[in-house]
Design a protein around this ligand. Sequence first.
Ligand code: AMP
Length: 430
Amino acid sequence: MSFAELNLHASIQKAISVCGYATPTPIQAEAIPQALSGRDLIASAQTGTGKTAAFIIPALERLAKPGPAGIGPRVLVLTPTRELAAQVADSVARYGRFLRMRYGSIVGGMPYPDQVRLLRQPVDLIVATPGRLIDHLERGRIDLSRVELLVLDEADRMLDMGFTDAVDQIAAATPKKRQTLLFTATMDDPMARLAGRLLKDPSRIAISSPKENHDSIEQRMHLTDNLGHKHKMLHHLLEDPTITQAIIFSATKRDADTLARDLYDRGLSAAALHGDMTQGARTRTLTNLRRGKVRFLVATDVAARGLDINGISHVINFDLPRAAEDYVHRIGRTGRAGATGVAISFVSPADAVYLQRIQRYTGQTVQMHTIPGLEPVSTLPVPGRGGNGAGKGRRPFAAGGQRRQGAGAGKGGAAPKSKAGYQQRGRSQR
Ligand code: AMP
């Protein structure tokens, strides 16, 4: 299929040509005609599939035609994070550059006066994060009665972040006869219920499983004994000259800060990215990363969600995520735009159950690797057998062939032990 077959408005077609896109991606080929027909749509697609254009192009098609009088937005796109909102707004600018229309962002962490000014005049398209939009809605500063198209981007993440009520409240302030497009990487019960409340007779599109999506990424796991062991392995791995740029994921914001500072103190160009930083600091860090001034970004899941940066050669999970979806999102930060990438995960014995979930979700068994001189003394228990991995009845984890190199050297051997033992962290800190 070609873009010409989609019969797009000449100005949009021209903008796409300027972007150099030869053909629509699979999600675009399926979603754009459906969305143009006016139907509601549920699309399962991850970042990197071209999903943003799949909803922005139909949105712009609407805006190319005159709408009713009024000042509120005709198209409203909700995203979970400010970073994703910025990327969506970027796409609006790119694909809408030859159209006459007004758009803007309403996101947290940005000054109110600019947003109030934006909302005082007629605006065609708004990209927003739910929290700040609710703020304006409750103060009567935004009128959503003109919304023709509501898009929920990365809706699964919005639910994870606790925005369910906010999304419902925002949708309730828009006309019932609107069109709704829902994009999500996963479809579970809460998502199905949300879709049931907000969409009418939707068509469904599912594009590529995570497995197919990550063929360009080499995945490795390292079994770790404790926190000190992890640090030693990280320092060793970061000496690899094939790392162009890496994102290192930590479980908590505080760990991200500590780890970034530790690497920086060791003379590496490292910086942290997490949700407690001001918007200005986050933007600066991302600019430095894009310009290559930062080589190692230590990030939390929320902050790194949806980051579209080419040139990330390695992703390192300093802490293994508990949700399989997060694993897939994390490793998807590398191997982008036709490049290959490496994803390395540290797995502690306490992570066995999460590792099992990840391998089940991705349908892939990831090889365990060891670093000479830094071999672990621990073994991975089989989850669900032998008392949840603690103590007796341990058996090596069946999947992945994690057996130590030089088997027999084990038990209390030369592997490093640190004073700081591995600490399991509570969910609330994440
Ligand atoms: P997304 O999944 O929306 O984050 O898009 C991933 C990347 O694909 C972005 O950098 C887009 O600029 C790019 N892209 C989107 N559509 C196409 C297309 N039809 N052909 C080539 N690249 C595209």
